[in-house]
Design a protein around this ligand. Sequence first.
Ligand code: NAD
Length: 472
Amino acid sequence: MRQHGDQYIGGEWRDSLGSDSIPVLNPATEEVIASVPAGTAEDVDAAVRAARAAAPSWGATTPTQRLEYLSRLCEGLAAQQQEIAETVVAELGCPIGFATAVQAALPLGVAHSYLDLLDGYEFSEQVGNSIVYAEPAGVVAAITPWNYPLHQIVAKVVPALAAGCTVVLKPAEDTPLVARLFAGLVHRAGFPAGVFNLVTGIGTVAGAALAAHPEVDLVSFTGSTAVGRSIAETAGRGIKRVALELGGKSANVVLPGADLARAVNVNVGNVFANSGQTCSAWTRLLVQQDQYEEAVALAAKAAEKYVPGDPAAPDTRLGPVVNAKQRDRVRGYIETAVREGARVVAGGPEAPEGLPVGFYVRPTVLADVRPDTTVAQQEIFGPVLSILAYRDEEHALEIANGTEYGLAGGVWAADNETAAAFARRMDTGQVDINGGRFNPLAPFGGYKGSGVGRELGRHGLEEFLQPKSLQF
Ligand code: NAD
């Protein structure tokens, strides 16, 4: 077991100013594999000061200079793909195949997309008798969750650095190891001291101190709606900008005339990937009542292909969830669903057979879920799919829009035009039409309780810029 005692601050690894540590568990074995320091408010203060000191000179670099540093960071990410994937398997429990294809490769793709964007981006424009400059927002606090631990770091840190901001990152307690690996790559890329800083720690201590720090200009947060709300309140008092990527309860709507089997199979894969720990997962499948039983049977059949097992084994499709608390929470939701009238057609709340160790949950499909019940309204964050019946299109829209969230969604129809027309009426930030694939250049973010601001692509870069107008 590796005991880390240091934080990355001001261009070097320094002993944490606190003495407490956070154990890092492997969710498949429940073994402690490492520990990292539980950073204090003093660690955070040192990191923010380093970021503040570096901000003027980093903000004055040219896009071409920043491109050079970021290119070296991309080279590091490319060279470390295997280590990244293995680290995420160890601390998150994500199956190695998915970890390689998504947890390691997606952040590399996103980082590359910012190289391309930075290359052609106009940081000034003439508007009448003004030149409007896009200037860096300043010192950025990046607070990230554990479910896509490197992707969420890259989706904040890379555009922030590309924009000319300096950054303090506070990663999730459960997955600090890939964050440390990332800090090592930043160091090797030779960024000036203080441009990027890492403080590991507990959310309510290090995270709260970072979000409240007076020298932070912008807080970019991904995580739960409850914590996002408290961060927005704190930031509001400090007149800081915020970007919030929060939870979801996304609907996948299958309209009559669609390829039902494909829509259901894609939905099952979508919800069970990463053990259901995806904020944009289509956790509600909406099917017209005449096709409902057919859809339920298809989903139950598709779920059989997801057998929980060792995430390090190459053919495993479903690993454990991240920790014991999440496991108990997810199983509790399945029990609540049953109490509220749902029918379990695959999985269930019991522990999966043959896996006495590890935070495993049975991949579960719930039928007869009513739109007003707990599992149809609240984010479960586990491998649980709810199938809901609708009468007609208006009813489907009412159900799809009838939660506090609005992050993602899917629509399937006989043709793209019909699906797109329905999608335009959904209160949500992203909709995949007839299985349209994920686009890392498209803005990602939520309507309503799912958040404020956007990540990825040009919109993601512009979160970290602020306009300044000079009149002539
Ligand atoms: P969380 O909100 O508990 O924690 C997220 C981060 O915030 C962690 O780094 C944590 O340490 C920190 N934090 C906790 N309390 C804090 C506080 N008071 N002040 C400052 N920072 C604090 O969420 P989680 O359990 O890590 O992640 C799961 C949740 O995140 C789910 O609800 C999921 O939907 C959401 N999520 C959303 C997106 C998105 O892009 N919209 C992506 C991933 C996860």
